[in-house]
Design a protein around this ligand. Structure first.
Ligand code: PLP
Length: 389
């Protein structure tokens, strides 16, 4: 008897996304066209021009008018470059308590070096814009904010915040971690008065180890890596040609299919939220205005890890938080939201891509319902009988 093949369901798209076939073809192409872009023969010059084209396309995609895009190894390196080398010593840097570790760990180091670091704590499931603005003054060198939180999906109105920061102090630099928002929603560096924008290739169906940093004043940055002077001297070393061209392809296709991909994500979110109501005693940890591709839900009485592995055994992949914090009891993001322990310990992050389908959600809800029933029997959960609102 032949075994029915049931496809795996990947709902961990905030951790990483599936590279598009066209992106993989581009990597393959650049393996065959292996020339060093710094060389001066025809084939190499062509590669160099292709890299410039990706730079230009990316710049356009974020509404760039002034400044430059430099290619990096991903969101983490972009954030490090902007934070470590974009601000003058001793000054105040404002950020939030639930940033990605790439930001928090860098700020930790800067604080030890004598910067004043202020981390705004969330209220009501989210950091409030006014709490950030209240801290901005004449001594503020930089405000660094994530556009979309990678665990709860909370979106900050970076356009309003950017404008307000500049009204209070035009000298304050504004860095945005756009890793989870780029392509999913508009990010316009001019409208939002962004001075630095960090992006990552593997979150937009590109490949890992690729990313970009937009800098309005690249001449003010100090490089992290010294050498042959590539990337206008800000990131020396022979360019990651396959990665950059793959990023370019992911951007090109992302823009081409932008509106239908966004509609699909909106649809998946509404459908998932509607179907979640079939399960008792859950808590949605994402705030009202959360992005369409990320939702954080606690299944009370069901420890996250057990749920995660139960779903895994059914071929459904989710996570209990960010990929980087998966080894901790619970993440600093959930901790910062001041949730009850029973909520934190049972939280699951579902993150979608436009490749997900209604059928996958249907199957996921079925498995969630079954798993919740079975696991609650084992944990002797008494129940509150609260259905999701
Ligand atoms: N910022 C956010 C919000 C993220 O979600 C991530 C990765 O999960 C990063 C930064 C780091 O990006 P990368 O994996 O490209 O270094």
């Amino acid at each position: 008897m032949s075994k029915a093949i049931i496809e795996d369901i990947y709902l961990d798209n905030s951790a990483t996304t599936i590279p598009l076939p066209e992106v993989i073809n581009m990597v393959q192409w650049s393996m065959n066209n292996y020339y060093n872009p710094s060389a001066i023969y025809k084939q190499a010059i062509q590669i160099s021009k292709s890299i410039q084209q990706v730079r230009e396309d990316l710049f356009q995609s974020i509404g760039g008018q002034k400044g430059k895009v430099i290619f990096t190894s991903g969101g983490t390196e972009s954030i490090n470059t902007a934070l470590k080398n974009g601000v003058k010593k001793g000054k105040k840097i404002i950020s939030t308590a639930y940033e990605h570790d790439a930001t928090l760990k860098t700020l930790d180091k800067l604080e030890k070096e004598g910067y004043q670091v202020i981390l705004i704590k969330p209220r009501e499931f989210a950091v409030q814009a006014q709490d950030i603005l209240d801290q901005v003054d004449e001594s503020t060198a930089m405000v660094s904010l994530m556009h979309v939180n990678n665990e709860t999906g909370h979106m900050l109105d970076i356009e309003t915040i950017g404008k307000e920061i500049k009204k209070i102090n035009p000298q304050t630099l504004f860095h945005v971690d756009g890793v989870q928002s780029y392509m999913k929603m508009d990010v316009n560096v001019e409208k939002a008065k962004i001075d630095f924008l960090s992006l990552s290739g593997h979150k937009i169906h590109g490949i890992k180890g690729t990313g970009a940093l937009y800098a309005r004043y690249p001449e003010k940055l100090q490089p992290l890596i010294f050498g042959g002077g590539q990337e206008i001297g800000l990131r020396s070393g022979t360019e990651n040609v396959p990665g950059i061209l793959a990023l370019g392809k992911a951007v090109e296709l992302g823009i081409q299919n932008q509106s239908q991909n966004r509609e699909k994500l909106q649809h998946l979110k509404s459908y998932f939220v509607k179907r979640l109501k079939e399960i008792d005693d859950i808590v949605i940890n994402s705030p009202e205005n959360w992005a369409s591709h990320i939702i954080n839900v606690s299944f009370l009485g069901v420890p996250s890890e057990i749920m995660l592995h139960t779903l895994e055994s059914k071929g459904i992949y989710v996570s209990s938080g960010s990929a980087c914090s998966s080894k901790k009891k619970w993440s600093h993001v959930l901790e910062s939201l001041r949730l009850k322990d029973e909520v934190k310990s049972s939280a699951i992050r579902f993150s979608f891509s436009h490749f997900n389908t209604d059928e996958e959600i249907h199957r996921t809800i079925y498995e969630l319902r079954e798993a919740t029933k079975d696991i609650r029997k084992i944990t002797k959960y008494k129940g509150k009988n609260t259905r999701a609102k």
